[in-house]
Each structure stands twice: as C-alpha cells, then as structure tokens.
Design a binder for this molecule. Structure first.
Ligand code: GLC
Length: 634
C-alpha cells in the first residue's frame, strides 16, 4: 500500500509515472518537520536494517553512516565519502516489528543520517521545503520494492548484444587501436561484442564530432567493425565546447539552450574541451534539441552511447579560477608557513565541483527560472532521458544502447548506469557487488562497474576474480583510465584463463537475459541481499558478500588476493557449480558455512534446491551465440 504526501510545490522530477492520490499530510506516519528544510525522522530497533540508496559507498545494510544524495564526480569511492554519481532516494527499513519503504522525490540535496548521530535514530533532511514523499507499507522487503517499482515504471532494456563482453580504455584513439583490440580478442579466442570510444575520438573533445584526421572515413570504419560483429560505443559529455563555427555550440547559444548566469548570459565552465556551455536539459526544448544531436553519429552506423560528466562535473568556472588566483596572489605576498601551504593547495583543489558554482547558474523550467543547486540531482538524468526518449521515438525500443554516469530514479526507464571511476582495488570488487541490489531496488537493472578498476594498476588475478563477478552483471565492461596498466584480457600470461572465464559469460547470457527481462517486466530485482530471501536467518541477513541472483541462484565471488577460495554461507542446501570454458563441475552442499576452493579460471555459482539454469555453448560474440540449444544444470 503506497501513500503519497505532497509538501509545498515540488519540481517535477519525472521519477514517478503512476498517478497516486495525495494524502493529507496529517496522516504522515513518521515524524515530519516542515520548516525551511523538511525533516523526516524515525526511531529504529536494534535489529532494524536499512536497504537502498542505490549507488553509494559502504554496506548493503546502510545503517550506521551519513549519506548525501548529491550527484558527484567523486574520484575516490572510499567509505568516508557520502555521495557518488547517482541520487537514488529510496530506502526500505526492515525490522521484526515491521517494514516500510520511503521515497523522497526531491531534486535538491538530501542528507540521510542513518543512525550516525544517534544509534537508533534516522533523520532525513531535505535542502528545501517542496517535495513529494511516498510511504510504502508491505509484508516483505521484496514486495515493498515491487510496489515502488510499479509506480516508477519499467526498467530500460538494451539491445541483446549489449549483454556481450565489452572492452574500453581511455586512450584508444586511432583506428588501429580499435582493430588491435578486436583482432587480439579473436586471435586468443576471447569473446567480445563492443569496443568503447572515449573522448579521444572527438575533434577537440566536441560532442557529436569525429576527428577527421584520425578517421577520414568514420562510416566505413564503423561498418567494418560491425562486419566483425563489434559495436563501437562513443562517449558523449554534458558540456558543449565553446567554439565559434561549431554548429552544436552556435545553435545552442543562439537559441538560449545553455544554463544561464543571474544576468542572463551563458554560464561557462571548464571541462575536457576547455570552456563549455552546459545544455539546460531541464528546458524541454533544449532537451529535445540535444537528444536529436545523437543522430549525427547514428547516421554513421553507431548504435550505442555512454553519457558522461553529467552530474555535471565542473573542473572550474571563470569565477572560481579568478578567486583562486586572487587567493594565490595574497598568499604569495606572505611567508609560506604550513597553514599558508594548505591554503594554497585548497585554493586550487576547491574550485572543482564547487557549491559556489552550482549555486550560481540557472535553468529555465517551463518559463520558471530555477537555481541549479535546487535541481542538481536531476540534471544528468534529464540529459540521459533526452537521448533515451529520442532513441525510442525515432528508432524504437531496445534498438540503441545508452547508459549514464549521473542518474536519478526515473532515468532507469530510458537507460542504464555504470558505477564510475573506481580503482583497481580488491575492495572495489566487493563494493561492486554491494551496489547491485541497491541500484536494482531503485529500478536500475542495466548496470555494472569498470571491471579491473578504472584508476591505478591492475593485476592479472584481480582482473580474473573481478570478471568472475562481472559475468553476472548485465553490463560487463572492462574499462581503465589513461596511463594505467593495460588490462585487456590478452595482456597477461594466462590468456586461456581469461578465455575460460569470458566463455562462461556467453554460456550464461540466455539465463541472464531472460532473468533481466523478467525483472524489468515484473518490477523485480535481479540481485537481492540474502536478507530478502531468508528474513528469519540471522546469518543470511548479515551476509554482505554474497547475493541472490534471479529465482534460482546465489553468487559469491572471491574478492581477496592470494586466496584459493572463500568461506560461503548457504542458507539452504544448494548445488555448488564451478564453470570454466566448456567445463562444469558440481557438488551438493548442505545448509551452513563452507570453505569452497575456486581456481582463477573458474566462476563459482550456487544453484538452489530443485532449480535448474540453462547454459548455451560458448561463443565469440552474441551474433554467433546459439540461444536455442541449451543444456540445463542444477
Ligand atoms: C570520466 C569517466 C571515465 C572516462 C573519463 C575520460 O572520468 O568516468 O569513464 O574514461 O572521464 O572521458
């Protein structure tokens, strides 16, 4: 049972598609303070758990930290952080005394003090007084999630080939960089469906352009890759380079489609291309205009995109630079002691993604001027909606791949997400796992992390272990930053091990795809905490490094270095399966704790009692995958 409460006159975030009657605020079941800031508070029993908040740091159980919904270009996903790229304002509170869900539909910043200041108190503070708040009653956590998913609409379904393995790297620039990746995968029997084009393909980092010197005949290049069953997926950034004669900029500027300063001039800031204008995605006309720009690349044969830097990430603004310069000038006149040294450093680092900048530019929402900081969390989502809605209208459903870095609930209907700039750290395999059920709760099904880690240097064993989790995530992409150790699957001595693990992905695609579609249709979660399936089992409730997958499986990857296996908890008897290339070994295990051994070229999987899952034969890409002749295991 869902109750909707409207406070003030909220901005339409487009998160909810169902029309729900508005209840009298007097009946709001939790403590509610309505002043300049709305505050929702409630007490929790010692045993109560809190699930949700989508893309965030820390555990599956969110209790015991303070989070902030504020789409952030956060380069270090460590547990001291409060925000990552998405703002996913949905939680489920679960205790023996009852369960409920809460969705705070609000486009500005929200602070979630979940038993951080007080051990048994939760306090949710909205930076504003206008919001829709939904309270959801339900018998089980899964049922509460389904009710919520039912009001926010069905999740985006990408084309089938987007379930294949994908290789990316910031730094692939010339055609031979791409053909080398393609050919080396083939040569080594490593399956592959997509290669990503990071900012290097563009002309001076200008959206919807292709560097003609590098790609004199881009259309022919795309078509040649397609002939090898490889889809090229270019990146699109939010900021549009300020350059006279660049038609996208000129048109956006002339039509007034960029965000504005208080005096009505275009707000300008620095990102990869240098100075950019930020398209006002909250202005319907500007949104439609930006969406239609993707056509330039689609007409050249491109059928997938990833939207980036759309929190929006701001390296600097003109004003920020000027303030920093002034500070540095002041400091340079004095002797530099240790405090002045820190001031000096801060003067430079604090200009990136600064609240001063976010508070200084404006949107035009249906004729109403709104300060960016009040709608910050829907900016990236509306960019991606611009693309997703255009694709669906012009090309039909399930035709184009699109996923985004920043997001808000609602964008799950038009796109997927990836989890941004993680590290080649073992603990980030675990963070990847923990985020999966939380983002699923919020509707995001097509998702995944940068496998192998984006920042810093990978090791062969890290990549293999991470891939063994990645074989289950709908988006399975290996991506890394410029200047880090190469991490394509053919770069290491044990190339056959990589072939073994990647083949498992293709063997599982029919199962993963079917489960994915069902979860989109039914508003269900593909990945669930064990707590959702075994609510009365204390050990299961507290398990943070295993997940339920679909109706049939449990996954438990190895996520520590130099380990021959791991301890796993089985809340019921299961079949322990190890998949590697063509090989499948299975063993029945009783309920309880077990140490299971897993080689680097094996993917561990646990199948529930009386359940079976299909396996296809290995294939080198989805076009060659036989989805008809399946073998069942369990
Ligand atoms: C951002 C993205 C990353 C990309 C880089 C360069 O950091 O998150 O994936 O490679 O920009 O475009």
């Amino acid at each position: 049972m869902i109750k909707k409460f409207r406070l003030g006159n909220p901005i339409d975030t487009k998160a909810v598609t169902a029309s729900t009657e508005i209840e009298d605020v007097k009946n709001f079941p939790l403590e509610l303070t309505q002043e300049e800031r709305l505050v929702v508070a409630f007490s929790l029993d010692n045993d109560a758990m809190i699930f949700g908040l989508g893309e965030s740091v820390r555990g599956i159980n969110k209790r015991g930290w303070i989070y902030e919904s504020w789409c952030s270009d956060e380069t270090e996903h460590t547990e001291d952080k409060r925000s990552l790229y998405g703002a996913h304002n949905f939680i489920v509170v679960s205790s023996e005394n009852g369960k409920f869900g809460l969705f705070v539909d609000f486009a500005g910043k929200v602070e979630w003090d979940l038993c951080y200041s007080q051990p048994n108190e939760a306090k949710i503070t909205l930076c504003g007084s206008d919001a829709d708040i939904y309270f959801i009653d339900g018998e089980t956590e899964r049922d509460i999630v389904k009710q919520f998913r039912n009001i926010i609409g069905k999740s985006y379904i990408p084309p089938f080939w987007a379930f294949g393995y994908q290789q990316s790297c910031w730094g692939y620039a010339k055609p031979s960089d791409f053909t080398t990746v393609r050919d080396n995968h083939r040569k080594n029997n490593l399956p592959l469906d997509c290669i990503y084009m990071d900012i290097d393909y563009m002309e001076r980092f200008k959206d919807f352009t292709v560097n003609r010197e590098l790609f004199p005949d881009f259309r022919a290049f795309v078509s040649d890759m397609k002939a090898h069953n490889i889809h090229l997926i270019p990146i699109i950034d939010a900021g549009v380079k300020k350059e006279e004669g660049y038609s996208v900029y000129d048109e956006g500027h002339e039509k007034g489609y960029f965000c504005k300063n208080a005096d009505g001039t275009d707000f300008e800031c620095g990102v990869w291309p240098g100075i950019v204008g930020l398209p006002d995605f909250l202005n319907k006309e500007a949104r439609e205009w930006f969406g239609s720009q993707y056509r330039t690349l689609i007409d050249m044969g491109i059928d997938g995109f990833w939207n980036d830097m759309n929190e929006p990430a701001l390296f600097y603004s003109k004003k920020g630079l000027e303030t920093a310069r002034e500070k540095l000038r002041d400091i340079s006149r004095a002797d530099v002691d240790i405090w002045k040294y820190f001031d000096m450093r801060n003067a430079v680092t604090s200009i990136q993604n600064s609240m001063d900048d976010y508070s200084s530019f404006y949107h035009n929402i249906d004729g109403r001027t709104v300060c960016h900081k009040d709608v910050h969390n829907i900016y990236g989502a509306f960019m991606t909606n611009a693309a997703g809605e255009y694709f669906e209208r012009e090309y039909g459903k399930e035709k184009l791949l699109i996923f985004s870095r920043a997001s808000y609930i609602g964008a799950h209907r038009t796109s997927g997400i990836w989890f941004g700039d993680n590290y080649s750290w073992w603990e980030h395999i675990l963070l990847n796992l923990k985020m999966l059920p939380s983002v699923n709760m919020c509707g995001f099904l097509y998702c995944g992390a940068d496998i192998g880690g984006f920042n810093k240097d990978v090791t062969e064993d890290l990549l293999l272990r991470w891939l063994a989790l990645g074989v289950f995530t709908p988006l399975m992409r290996n991506h890394r930053a410029l200047g880090t150790r190469a991490q394509e699957a053919y770069r290491f001595s044990g190339t056959e091990k990589f072939a073994d693990v990647l083949s498992v992905r293709y063997r599982l695609i029919p199962y993963i795809y079917k489960t994915f579609r069902r979860c989109s249709d039914e508003g269900d979660m593909m990945f669930r905490p064990l707590a959702f399936d075994y609510p009365d089992d204390r050990l299961a409730r507290e398990t943070e490094d295993q997940l339920m997958l679909g109706g049939e499986c449990m996954i438990a990857p190895v996520y520590q270095q130099n380990k021959s296996g791991r301890t796993v908890y089985l809340p019921e008897p299961m079949t322990f399966v190890k998949l590697s290339g063509e090989n499948v070994s299975s063993q029945k295990l009783e309920k309880g704790l077990h140490y299971v051994e897993v080689e680097l070229n094996e993917v561990p999987l646990f199948i529930r009692q009386n359940k079976k899952i299909p396996l296809a034969s290995p294939a080198l890409n989805t076009a060659e995958l036989d989805t008809e002749n399946l073998k069942y295991i369990g």
